[in-house]
Design a protein. Structure first.
Length: 198
């Protein structure tokens, strides 16, 4: 029985990933690769549920869960704008782009969280906070470098980057490589079209 590292996510259209990369280009340039490990554009996604290492035999159950959840939710739009850091800008660990999420996203995530808990996966204790990770601050940087990251972020104003139409949810596999993770889409479950759409 093989194990694979998996998560449930919403993927974004590639033109929006490119737009994010372009609009954060100056930030990437100012901070370089010594302070931050940047996420490649193709890897940007909105995580709905991180599953961790799962048995390959469990993939079928997850597909059924996603199919059932997806049919209960209509397609919706996500607004992509703003820049921030977790846990905060004074002690940044993760740099992110903001998402203005409608109630439909929160409802979808809640359904997936409840469904995966019923399948035996651990419930996420932290509240769901929709965002797109663009970089992770390297662990070996000195405390003196933290203000540089904050200053670089303060100097960049990111307005509305675009709107993404969410029409499906994905079950993704993550393979950790020395320089980056490789994500593979194992399964896509289409959301229901809203009335008036064909």
């Amino acid at each position: 029985m093989g194990l694979l590292r998996a998560f449930i996510a919403i993927d974004l259209p590639y033109h929006l990933k490119e737009a994010i990369e372009k609009q954060t280009g100056r930030l990437r340039q100012n901070l370089g690769n010594d302070l931050v490990r940047w996420i490649p554009a193709q890897n940007m996604h909105l995580t709905l549920k991180f599953l961790g290492d799962i048995a390959s035999t469990h993939v079928e159950f997850l597909k059924q869960l996603l199919t059932r959840e997806a049919t209960q939710h209509s397609q919706f739009d996500l607004q992509i704008s703003g820049l921030g850091a977790y846990p905060n800008s004074r002690l940044p660990r993760v740099l992110w782009i903001g998402l203005h999420a409608p109630a439909a996203l929160l409802s979808l995530q809640k359904g997936i969280e409840a469904g995966t808990t019923r399948l035996g996966y651990e419930k996420e204790e932290r509240a769901f906070s929709p965002h797109l990770t663009i970089g992770r601050v390297r662990q070996n940087i000195s405390p003196a470098d933290l203000p540089k990251i904050r200053a670089a972020m303060d100097n960049i104003q990111l307005g509305n980057i675009g709107t993404a139409r969410v029409d499906s949810v994905q079950l993704m596999k993550s393979e950790l490589q020395p320089n980056m993770s490789i994500y593979t889409n194992l399964f896509s479950a289409p959301l229901t079209k809203t009335r008036g759409e064909i």
